[in-house]
Each structure stands twice: as structure tokens, then as C-alpha cells.
Design a protein around this ligand. Structure first.
Ligand code: PLP
Length: 394
């Protein structure tokens, strides 16, 4: 059966992913199982998506109930789950309004469009450029790959969309120099995810906020990966005592169902009036009902605080590992967004972990990324660290 699925996939699925040779059939909490019955501990969470773990009973129940009631109606009508979710998000963030869509890239598209429209409406028609960071990742659509600061993402799709300037992360001088009369926004991940779990230097994001204020430029935080408790706070910006003007969310917002959201303060959100932007499925009842349960579980069950504690323990254990192995260059991250940079290639380590029953992820060739469900326990971490210790000994 396993061979059959893999062979058929190779024949009919677009070749955009290089996949590991397992077929996953089932998940529960922090565990996954494949067709052979082998169990894995999941330190990937569908790339920071399943923050509550797999098959969470409360989310499954909310989903089943909504499925029996109403899956979808057009945004031409009001629905309760969408309003409840938007209310929760605005009550728990800096924002006043939410635009719902279906993915991270779409949320960033909305943010890019809103930033441009905001200045067009003010009569500043030449302010349309957006400064983003080198090594950033903002998505795969034409606008978001243009925003992304990695050549490998753009290669073959040129010409990219006009209006994006890139500067190095953590370099205030470069940002100062790049912001000009045509700049409408700075778009930045508070911690770079795909780029290698790169954390901001002390005071950097605060300085970015300041230069945006001084120049009248909007600050957009892409919290698609860092949001929903991943870094030990609901949103990563809370670590820094500042707020963006616009924020984008997706990944963990519905624990595995496709959703994206763009949040903004009233004065900025005003630029999106009727007809300005739209999405057929955006905020549809089935997805927002599930997401509403996700945010309730997050807040009622103290999951973010747990993730923060376990994340600190994880970092401690990886630093212990770093002391034992010269091949480890750096351990970094916040909460349960954890990176470990190696002197050696990461792919063989990922393969060896898979063999031993641990799913982990490698980015930028030599950075192992650990993004388990926030419900992960110390014993899972101890088991992974023992496994890595043994693999790195070889
Ligand atoms: C994953 C990700 C995206 C893209 O999200 P999709 O849902 O794959 O379109 C954008 N920005 C960041 C920071 C991400 O991690």
C-alpha cells in the first residue's frame, strides 16, 4: 500500500515537493503514524500549523457541529463564527478590524494592497514601495515572492512585481537609507522563520517602529509563523512592547484548516471599502468555527504558557547538546520556534531522526528547525535530544 501511494503520487502530483518516503495516515496529540503502523513524534506540526497537536477533541467537535449546520455562504451575508473570531482577534491584539482569507500568502497580499491603497486614498500616489528583509519569506504568489528576500524563491518567475526593496535583517542603517519618499511600508517577520530562525537584536524592532513613525511609513508584521503562541506569547510583537499597523496571520490560526487573516488598526483598515478586496472562502463558517475553538482552547487551557516553559527547557537541552558536539554552531529561537545551526549538512540528520521516529525539519541547508505542537512535553524533548546526541556521535 505504501509503495502504491508513493508511486502513484510520483505520477500524478505536481513535483513541487521533495517528500520523505513515508505515508502518514493518522495523528493524535504530538504523535503521527504511517501506513506501516510506525509511530513518530512530530517536531514539525505541518510547519508550525498544528499548535494544539493533531486531532484535538475540542476542535474536532466544533468542526463536526458546524459541518452539520452550515459550511459556507458568501461574504455577501453575515455569519456568527466569523464575527466571533474577528472579535476575539481584535480583543486580543492591537487591531480593530480583520480581513479573512485562506493562506499566509493571501494575507500578505491583502496587507500589501492595503498599504498601497492607504496612501493612494490620502493622495500620496507615489508612495507604493515596500521595504522587506533579506532572507525573509512572505509566500509564493507573484506579489509575495517579490516581497520575499530570497533569490531562490524568485528564480525562473521574473519579472517580479515592482516595488519591493530589500535590506539586511538587524541593520538599522540600511533600513534608514532605504526608506524614501516612495516607501509606503516596512514588512518584516519579528523572527525570521524560513530564513533560518533569525531573532532580532535587542532594540532592533523597537528602532524599526521608531523609524516608521518618523517617516510616516506603515509597519507590517508578518506573524504567519510566529503568531498564535508559537514564540511564547500570543503574538511575537508582544515580546518587544511595540505594535504594528498591520499584521498577517495564517498557519496555526485554525490548527490545520486553511485560513489567513490580515489585521489592521482602524485608520489603516479604512482604506478597504466595499469592493476593494475580496475572497470567496475567506472567513467561511466551517473554518472560522474551528478557528474560534482553537483560540478558545489556546486561552482557556494555558497552552501558550506551557509552550513557553517547555521551549525554555528545550533550549537548555540543546545548549547542553551544543557543548557535546562541535558540529553545532548555534542554538536560537523563542518559545517553541527553535533553530539549531550546524557546521554540517542537515538533511542526513533529518533522515536519521525519521528512521528513529522523530519528524524534524531542515532549512537553509544546515539549520535544523524544531516547531512541535505547543502541547509537547519534556519527555518528548528528552527523547529527541538523546536521539540527536546519538546521531551526532556517529
Ligand atoms: C508560511 C509562511 C508564509 C506563507 O504562507 P502560505 O500559507 O504557505 O501561503 C508567509 N510568511 C511566513 C512568515 C510564513 O512562515
Amino acid at each position: 500500500m505504501k509503495e502504491d501511494i508513493m508511486t502513484r503520487a510520483d505520477e500524478v502530483i505536481a513535483k513541487t515537493y521533495k517528500r520523505f518516503p513515508i505515508v502518514i495516515t493518522k495523528g493524535k496529540g504530538c504523535n503521527l503514524w504511517d501506513t506501516t503502523g510506525k509511530q513518530y513524534t512530530d517536531f514539525v506540526s505541518g510547519i508550525a500549523v498544528c499548535n494544539l497537536g493533531h486531532a484535538h477533541p475540542r476542535v474536532s467537535k466544533a468542526l463536526a457541529k458546524q459541518a452539520d449546520t452550515l459550511l459556507h455562504v458568501s461574504n455577501l451575508y453575515y455569519t456568527e463564527p466569523q464575527v466571533e473570531l474577528a472579535s476575539w482577534l481584535t480583543q486580543n491584539s492591537f487591531a480593530d478590524r480583520v480581513f479573512f482569507c485562506n493562506s499566509g500568502a493571501e494575507a500578505n497580499e491583502a496587507a500589501i494592497k492595503l498599504a498601497r491603497k492607504y496612501f493612494k486614498d490620502k493622495g500620496e500616489r507615489e508612495r507604493f514601495r515596500i521595504v522587506t528583509m533579506e532572507k525573509s519569506f512572505h509566500g509564493r504568489t507573484m506579489a509575495t515572492l517579490s516581497a520575499t528576500g530570497q533569490d531562490k524563491i524568485k528564480k525562473g518567475f521574473e519579472p517580479v512585481l515592482e516595488g519591493f526593496d530589500h535590506v539586511p535583517f538587524n541593520d538599522m542603517d540600511a533600513l534608514h537609507d532605504k526608506i524614501g519618499p516612495h516607501t509606503c511600508a516596512v514588512l518584516i517577520e519579528p523572527i525570521q522563520g524560513e530564513g533560518g530562525v533569525c531573532c532580532p537584536d535587542d532594540g532592533y524592532l523597537e528602532a524599526v517602529r521608531r523609524v516608521c513613525d518618523e517617516t510616516g511609513v506603515l509597519l507590517i508584521f508578518d506573524e504567519i509563523q510566529t503568531g498564535m503562541g508559537r514564540t511564547g506569547k500570543l503574538f511575537a510583537y508582544e515580546h518587544f512592547g511595540i505594535e504594528p499597523d498591520i499584521m498577517t496571520l495564517a498557519k496555526a490560526l485554525a490548527n490545520g484548516l486553511p485560513i489567513g487573516a490580515m489585521l489592521a488598526k482602524e485608520a489603516v483598515a479604512d482604506a478597504f471599502g466595499p469592493g476593494a478586496h475580496a475572497s470567496t472562502f475567506g472567513g467561511t463558517p466551517i473554518i472560522t468555527a474551528a478557528s474560534l475553538e482553537v483560540v478558545k482552547v489556546l486561552s482557556e487551557e494555558n497552552i501558550i504558557a506551557h509552550g513557553s516553559r517547555v521551549g525554555a527547557y528545550f533550549e537548555e537541552r540543546l545548549l547542553w547538546l551544543k557543548n557535546r558536539h562541535e558540529s553545532i554552531v548555534d542554538v536560537r529561537g523563542k518559545g517553541l520556534l527553535v533553530g539549531m545551526k550546524l557546521k554540517i549538512e542537515g538533511a542526513p540528520i533529518v533522515d536519521a531522526c525519521l528512521e528513529k521516529g522523530f519528524l524534524i525539519n531542515c532549512i537553509q541547508e544546515n539549520i535544523l528547525r524544531f516547531i512541535p505542537p505547543l502541547t509537547i512535553e519534556k519527555n518528548h524533548i528528552d527523547a529527541l535530544v538523546a536521539c540527536l546526541d546519538e546521531i551526532l556521535d556517529r
